[in-house]
Write a protein that binds this ligand. Structure first.
Ligand code: NAD
Ligand code: LMR
Length: 329
């Protein structure tokens, strides 16, 4: 067995947290030979629920679970101490009729103290994944409040959109989802995101050669992915949880494992100006990596349709950034 790593999850007693931490503890994410110490962080009023979560973790007897630290969000530095990963879930979900961006002034302030505490207390190699919505801009706030941490350590979650898009393409083509690859989500995790079917592949072929109904791709497909979160809320009465937890774990796996040749994975990361996006915005891009470092895929050509979509999601992220200027030191 290796030395344990520490993984913090904020909002650990919430619905995503509950769907996520058992899978982390099981060894599925970091490997069967990698012990994990879980740092479970919650609002003071939810700490009692965490006691129950800890009992259940004990009752799973996971060989890879090397310890549990429960911590109130009142002392985030204690919560993030020496953590190698910080999964920022704790925040308020939207309700039916809201857009995710409507949460920016409610959830945004959480991420100033989060960024400061990560910088002060986390391990030198810390990586941060922001799930709480609006996740791109919350990630921007976190990163801006942790200026000493290299910017390539910050991710906001667009993987749920990637997974949704892959399944929609697979179902339309009548193939297993494993046959779909190279699905990128450009921009914001919001109703302006651009799920890029032009570069997606089905069995190694261009998805547009397999699904020749371009009107469906440009219309129903994009809208279904953009509005899937709202559809789940409408059907379930609560926002997606198991699929969101799954996407968060997929993101971590994609960062720590090499990307398969010819494939990419989606996450929103700090823009270096690629594709004309404002430098410093947290923008969804196609990424590849070797398990240690990652890069934005370059050289993807966009037609006017795609350029229009990317411009719209960029403008929304600029607006969100402007709405939280006071939270960006
Ligand atoms: P939830 O209400 O079930 O759980 C949230 C938990 O966070 C609660 O237990 C709450 O006590 C805790 N919390 C709130 N503020 C906190 C703080 N400052 N510090 C620590 N804990 C805090 O909500 P959920 O369904 O788990 O969703 C959590 C967030 O994830 C929401 O913002 C939701 O919109 C977002 N989300 C994002 C994606 C994505 O794809 N990026 C997908 C699904 C949900
Ligand atoms: C989702 O995409 O399911 C989440 O972001 C939750 C939401 O508010 O849509």
């Amino acid at each position: 067995m290796k030395a344990p790593i520490r993984v913090a999850v904020t909002g650990a007693a919430g619905q995503i947290g509950y769907a996520m931490i058992f899978r982390i503890a099981s060894g599925e994410v970091f490997g069967a030979d990698q012990p994990v110490i879980l740092h479970l962080i919650e609002l003071p009023q939810a700490l009692a629920a965490l006691d129950g979560v800890e009992m259940e973790l004990d009752d799973c007897a996971f060989p890879t679970l090397a310890g549990v630290v429960k911590q109130s969000s009142d002392d985030l530095e204690a919560g993030f101490a020496d953590c190698n990963w910080v999964l920022c879930v704790g925040s308020v979900p939207r309700k039916a009729g809201m857009e995710r961006g409507d949460l920016v002034r409610i959830n945004g302030p959480i991420f100033t103290s989060t960024g400061k505490a990560i910088q002060a207390a986390a391990a030198k190699d810390v990586r941060v994944l922001v799930v709480g919505n609006p996740c791109n801009t919350n990630c921007l706030i976190t990163m801006a409040n942790a200026p000493d941490i290299p910017r390539d350590r910050f991710f906001a979650m667009t993987r749920l959109d990637q997974n949704r898009a892959a399944t929609q393409l697979a179902q339309k083509a009548g193939v297993p989802v494993a046959d779909v690859s190279n699905v990128a989500i450009w921009g914001n995790h919001s109703a302006t995101q651009y799920p890029d079917f032009y570069h997606a592949k089905i069995n190694g072929k261009a998805a547009t050669d397999v699904i020749t109904d371009e009107a469906w791709l440009q219309g129903t497909f994009i809208e279904t992915v953009q509005k899937r979160g709202a559809a789940v809320i409408s059907a379930r009465g609560a926002s997606s949880a198991a699929s969101a937890a799954n996407a968060a774990l997929d993101t971590v796996k994609s960062v720590i494992r090499p990307t398969a040749s010819g494939d990419c994975f989606s996450a929103a990361v700090c823009s270096d100006g690629s594709y004309g996006i404002d430098e410093g915005l947290i923008f969804g891009y196609p990424l590849t990596g070797d398990g240690n470092s990652w890069k934005i895929e370059t050289g993807w050509e966009h037609n006017d349709f795609a350029k229009g979509k990317i411009e719209a999601t960029l403008q929304e992220l600029r607006d969100e950034r402007d709405a939280v200027k006071d939270l960006l030191p």
